[in-house]
Design a protein around this ligand. Structure first.
Ligand code: ACO
Length: 318
């Protein structure tokens, strides 16, 4: 078995829905600005006591069911998250315990909004080298807990949720290629500056220079699309579906234009979910699989850009 392929997908959103109009009551914003500048209409937010691992578990159970395997068949558990329940154990270890799995490697991977594509790359490499046969890859976030709810430049943009994929070893791809990048030089444009490690635990809220991030995201995602197509000797018309990270509809439209893809061929969830960071791609993927848009045999391009900066893509024959 030389490759990995997607056996099943799952996702979960918290039940509490917060609309743009609801936000007008808590911060100086207006619903029309949010919709026109971002495409976001609403987001799902966790309630008190609801954790990242709760979301991850619900998504993981659906993905296992769709894959037709038992949790005990897993030999790798990866959770991409920026909002773990605790410093340690990792959310992946907490999830492993909930799934009653024992012994296989389980770890979190933190690449903010690019976390899911990073985790898919790592899981694919475990499977290609024979180190794993069945990998659970989850993107799960309670990003609302990192937000300063008085900062209208960030708090209106994000939502909570989780998506999951079960990968299995296969003779044919599956995951055709993955492309990862990072550049820490851009730290000041998008960060949560505080942490116990730098003695500033009180500064644990997101800061973003939104319009600078926007400009760099558009050009960088254009480059990652080119890189992915060139590496595989593909043309734009070979892509059946674009499954982008869902930060802003204008960023998504720019990438679709770059690919000459009509928006009907782009999976868009940003209106309902907002930006759910590492959960946004697997949430969108699962939605389009379950409603029948994405079919077996089609070619899917996932791409993401986020804090770090980190960015990357995953090309899949579904
Ligand atoms: N409601 C009303 N007005 C607002 C709001 C708001 N929520 N937020 C900003 N404004 C105002 C600003 O104050 C500014 O007013 P001014 O002209 O009087 O100063 C005006 O709107 C324009 O502000 P900009 O920041 O220039 O607006 P822009 O069109 O760039 O949109 C946005 C802002 C939506 C944040 C956009 O820049 C964006 O999407 N950036 C990229 C975000 C992203 O992709 N992040 C990476 C992934 S996230 C991660 O990794 C955690």
């Amino acid at each position: 078995m030389k490759y990995s392929r997607v056996l099943g997908t799952g996702s979960h959103l918290p039940s509490r829905v917060v609309t743009n109009a609801d936000l007008e009551a808590i911060v100086d914003t207006n619903a029309t600005w949010i919709r026109e500048r971002t495409g976001i209409e609403q987001r799902h937010l966790v309630s008190e006591g609801e954790t990242c691992c709760d979301l991850a578990e619900a998504a993981a159970r659906k993905a296992l069911e769709a894959a037709g395997i038992q949790a005990s068949d897993l030999d790798l558990i990866l959770v991409a998250t920026t909002t773990p329940d605790q410093f340690f154990p990792s959310t992946a270890c907490l999830l492993q315990q909930r799934l009653d799995v024992h012994g296989c490697p389980a770890f979190d991977l933190q690449a903010v909004c690019a976390g899911f594509v990073y985790a898919m790359d790592v899981a694919d490499k475990f499977i290609r080298t024979g180190a794993a046969k069945h990998a659970l890859v989850v993107g799960a976030e309670t990003i609302s807990r990192l937000l300063d709810w008085t900062d209208r430049g960030t708090c209106v943009l994000f939502g909570d949720g989780a998506g999951a994929v079960v990968l299995g070893a296969a003779e044919e791809p599956g995951i055709i290629s993955t492309h990862l990048h990072a550049d820490g030089a851009y730290k000041d444009l998008l960060q949560v500056p505080g942490g116990h490690g730098n003695g500033r635990p009180e500064a644990a809220f997101m800061e973003m220079k939104g319009n600078e991030v926007f400009r760099i995201a558009v050009t960088t995602l254009g480059r990652i699309v080119d890189e992915t197509l060139e590496a595989n000797n593909l043309s734009k018309s070979d892509i059946d579906w674009l499954i982008p990270h869902q930060a802003n509809i204008r960023i998504i439209q720019a990438t679709a234009r770059k690919l000459d893809l009509p928006m009907e061929r782009v999976v868009v969830t940003v209106a309902e979910h907002g930006n759910t960071s590492s959960a946004s791609i697997p949430l969108a993927f699962d939605q389009a699989v379950r409603d029948g848009r994405i079919q077996r045999g089609q070619t899917l391009l996932m791409e993401a850009f986020g804090g770090g900066f980190t960015w990357g893509s995953v090309l899949i024959r579904y």
